[in-house]
Write a protein that binds this ligand. Structure first.
Ligand code: ZN
Length: 314
């Protein structure tokens, strides 16, 4: 017995053929839509993979020129201001977002564009078999820094800074994997901007500036502080904390006051980690006598050298 379909094909051969062709055309049409969909899906997945997060890390980070050219703060006034003494931070107190993170975010946003003339592209630190440290002796030449006659003769900060900086260089270079470049190794004047510029050009692992503090209102105030810029908490800030910890364990005969943030030009304009030591208070006669002595200058330099080495190794 014939089924209904066979009966239909026998009695309406033309219509049956047309139906079959129509069915095949419909099948091909559906198949094309399905294949098209799969191709589109694969293409979408592929273009998502084409922009991995890794690309952001590989790119040098970019900072705005405007960030580098804010008005300069008077360092002398902040060195001796009452406010700066009262806002002393304790170790590890406020490690937040750093400029590096912010800059990387900027970089990911602009990664498909050419840097504009207002942006400074900062290459990542090169792979090296040694740590490059830039040691910056504060002041110099016509800029004598802080000074007074408390010891019966004039003591200029620039001379203490240079003496400690030279000892710091030699102690650091006792480490086989450290090289040191100095911004000055004689009594000469250098513009503030030219100091971090050395570290930027040389791509130093760390820029270390050494200074002495003053506090006219209280001669008893003494001790050492390590400053970093608040835009670089994640690098400079963490290194400063490591250095302060090392100094606290060094047995150095002064109060280790801790880390502080300050908008010093030499820190603000540094592309790589940068710290500034206020090694002691020239307004404290006992500390001034020590700062002016070769013996204590060496002790300071040795303790700072060990602290710097601990920080760059970490
Ligand atoms: Zn100074």
């Amino acid at each position: 017995m014939k089924n209904r379909r066979e009966w239909y094909e026998e009695n309406h051969p033309k219509a049956a053929k047309a139906q079959r062709i129509g069915l095949i055309v419909l099948l091909i049409f559906v198949l094309m839509i399905v294949i098209g969909g799969i191709v589109l899906l694969l293409h979408t997945l592929k273009s998502d993979n084409a922009k991995p997060v890794g690309n952001v890390e590989a790119k040098p980070y970019v900072i705005q020129e405007s960030e580098l050219s804010r008005p300069e703060e008077s360092q002398a006034s902040s060195e001796s201001s009452e406010e700066s003494l009262e806002t002393t931070q304790t170790a590890g107190s406020s490690v937040e977002e750093s400029s590096v993170t912010v800059s990387l975010e900027v970089s990911s946003e602009v990664q498909s564009q050419e840097p504009s003339s207002e942006q400074v592209v900062i290459p990542p630190l090169p792979e090296r078999s040694y740590y490059l440290i830039v040691v910056d002796a504060g002041h110099g030449g016509k800029d004598v820094g802080a000074n007074n006659d408390l010891l019966g003769y004039t003591v200029n900060e620039k001379d203490i800074d240079l003496a400690v900086a030279l000892y710091l260089k030699s102690y650091l270079e006792e480490k086989s994997d450290v090289q040191v470049i100095m911004t000055r190794d004689t009594d000469r004047f250098i513009e503030l901007s030219d100091r971090p510029a050395v570290a930027n050009t040389e791509q130093a692992n760390l820029f270390v500036s050494v200074h002495c503090n003053t506090y006219e209102k209280d001669q008893k105030v003494k001790g050492l502080e390590c400053y970093y810029h608040e835009n670089d908490k994640k690098r400079s800030g963490i290194m400063a904390e490591t250095m302060i910890t090392s100094l606290k364990n060094s047995g150095l005969d002064t109060k280790i006051r801790g880390t502080r943030v300050a908008d010093y030009k030499v820190l603000r304009e540094a592309y790589y980690p940068a710290v500034l030591f206020e090694m002691g208070f020239m307004t404290n006669p006992d500390e001034l006598a020590k700062l002016a002595s070769e013996d204590y200058q060496k002790q300071l330099a040795k303790a700072i050298a060990d602290a710097v080495y601990a920080a760059v190794k970490k």
